[in-house]
Design a binder for this molecule. Structure first.
Ligand SMILES: [Zn+2]
Length: 96
């Protein structure tokens, strides 16, 4: 359980506000992902990654949720990945 002093808390609040459960779990092949299962949204974040990578992944996955959840293209489409990366860099830069 993350505490309120967790540096990820501002980002986690964005997920909570949208009803998305964030799960930190050991992922061997990915930094994270976001998916809808039985009507509930889940964002998986690799617990193997350091804090900075987890921050970036949270922003990346939020961009997928905000801009790609209705996209007919596959979630692993390279152009969608580039868009999510760009959005994550923009969000992190604005957060300072
Ligand atoms: Zn992605």
């Amino acid at each position: 359980m993350k505490t309120s002093k967790d540096p990820l808390q501002p980002l986690l609040s964005l997920f909570l506000a949208r009803g998305i459960e964030v799960v930190f779990t050991p992922l061997h092949c990915s930094h994270g992902g976001i998916t809808c299962y039985k009507g509930r949204w889940f964002c998986l974040i690799s617990s193997f990654d350091n804090l900075e990578t987890q921050k970036f992944t949270l922003c990346h996955e939020m961009n997928h949720f905000l801009y790609h959840q209705q996209d007919p293209r596959a979630i692993n489409d390279e152009s969608l990945e580039a868009e999510a990366d760009q959005g994550a860099r923009f969000t992190l830069a604005r957060m300072g």
